[in-house]
Ligand binder design. Structure first.
Ligand code: MYA
Ligand code: JJ1
Length: 388
């Protein structure tokens, strides 16, 4: 059972398949004056802190908490290692609220022991654009687990989101909670198969040798599509049009404007890479692809300490076949020395995963909405949203 989640305005397991329940908000907003004005109580040894992500010192404290305590795979071989630059980017989009970057410190030592964040987003669900918080980076230090700290942190971020007159949220998790709007599969494309096998990320296939495996995953040295180049600031209006038009077909997708595209998609070294196809004849921008950089620490390997992973973000094809566009994305990722290219089976990704030699991983990602009911579970291909 889920004592906490059963008390929250989220789709409940008992309601699955009940088509009498309407789509949309589960609870109505209250007056802001009725939102609790004081923070929730923490166990007496701990105190709330608002983390200033513009401060390098605070950003380093968050980085170190996550580096040692954030998400691991099911066999505890790898742990996400978001960089400081990435955290600063992910947590400071247009219109962000400092008050949504919430830490917990030990009163005595002032050590940061827990963290949760929200950033504002406009998310479209069918034909409604809803102001939401995207909740991410929930982390409780390993030594403080199973003490019911997470529900207090979730209630506190909810309170601070409500204070900004926002009543819905989107989040993802590797665990099943009440109740996913969809469940996505992770897929992995080896770029550096020898290292992936050496560190236990993948295995030598049946009847395969190392040299046959290396040959199987070989890629050309440069992209094939004429006019394929890095996105620049001047491309923001064209990319925004391309992306808005593409995302309009999905049931749930972000409603990006030019400011959002500049923040979320303009290339930033070791954080986000974006490429587009500019027609050599007409100079029209016809296609776009992007991936973000999220290394993992390799736990307990003699020879390697970091796995460099690229994660597929938003991709749009109108002229270049998506398969060819994504093959070019793999080529540039390989040139940038990534070990693996990861993708979820969201949007139109299924159309290229198998052909481009991605294989299914052992991880799934469940997507959730808070205080917004969806009548039927979505197929991953109906989802147009990627969270970091
Ligand atoms: S997902 C990434 C989550 N982080 C990790 O996996 C890092 C490693 N793990 C940890 O740090 C801890 O295990 C965490 C739980 C902190 C995850 N999402 O304190 P507890 C429920 C939601 O005793 P701990 C991400 O960042 C659990 O079902 N709930 O447990 C998105 C149980 O409730 P119930 C979770 O292990 C986060 C209760 O917590 C998750 O010490 C979105 C147990 O608490 C989870 N990933 O700590 C948060 N894991 O009894 C929701 C466990 O009912 C946002 N639980 O089953 C909701 C929207 C809020 C804003 C609304 C605005 C309007
Ligand atoms: O990375 C993941 N799995 C890898 C490593 C598995 C190591 C042993 N458990 C994996 N590798 C196989 C690759 C192989 C390459 C050749 C082709 C066939 C496949 O499967 C998984 C995803 O699959 N990652 C995780 O488990 C990390 C946690 C995922 C949940 C994330 C929660 C989210 C955060 C919310 O913001």
């Amino acid at each position: 059972t889920h004592k906490f989640w059963e008390s929250q305005p989220v789709g409940q397991f008992k309601d699955i398949g009940d088509s009498s329940l309407p789509e949309g908000p589960i609870e109505s907003p209250t007056l802001l004056s009725e939102v609790k004005q004081e923070p929730y109580n923490l166990p007496s040894q701990y105190e709330w802190t608002t983390c200033d992500m513009e401060s390098d010192v605070t950003c380093d404290e968050v980085y170190n908490l996550l580096k040692s305590n954030y998400v691991e795979d099911d066999e505890n071989m790898f742990r996400f290692n978001y960089s400081q630059e990435f955290l600063s980017w992910a947590l400071r989009p247009p219109g962000y609220y400092r008050s949504w970057h919430i830490g917990v410190r030990a009163k005595a030592s002032k050590k940061l022991v827990a963290f949760i964040t929200g950033v504002p987003a406009r998310i479209r669900v069918r034909d409604e654009v809803v102001k939401m918080a995207e909740i991410n980076f929930l982390c409780v230090h390993k030594k403080l687990r199973s003490k019911r700290l997470a529900p207090v942190m979730i209630k506190e971020v909810t309170r601070r989101v409500h204070l900004e007159n926002i009543w819905q949220a989107a989040y993802t998790a590797g665990v099943v909670l009440p109740t996913p709007i969809t469940t996505c599969q992770y897929w992995h494309r080896s770029l550096n198969p020898k290292k992936l096998i050496d560190v236990g990320f993948s295995r030598l296939g049946a009847r395969m040798t190392m040299s046959r495996t290396i040959k199987l995953y070989k890629l050309p040295d440069s992209p094939a599509t004429p006019g394929f180049r890095k996105m620049e600031l001047r491309d923001v209006p064209a990319v925004t049009r391309l992306l808005r038009n593409y995302l309009s077909q999905f049931v749930v997708a972000p409603d990006f404007d030019e400011n959002d595209v500049e923040h979320w998609l303009l290339p930033s070294e070791n954080v986000i890479d974006s490429y587009l196809v500019e027609s050599p004849e007409t100079h029209e921008i016809t296609d776009f692809c992007s991936f973000y950089t999220l290394p993992s620490s390799i736990l307990g390997n003699q020879n390697h300490s970091a796995l460099k992973a690229a994660y597929s973000y938003y991709n749009v094809s109108t002229k270049t076949p998506l398969l060819q566009l994504m093959n070019d994305a793999l080529i540039v990722a390989k040139q940038k020395d990534f070990d693996v290219f990861n993708a979820l089976d969201v949007m139109h990704n299924e159309s290229f995963l198998k052909e481009l030699k991605f294989g299914p991983g052992d991880g799934q990602l469940h997507y959730y909405l808070y205080n917004y009911r969806i009548k039927h579970t979505l197929r991953p291909s109906e989802l147009g949203l990627v969270l970091l």
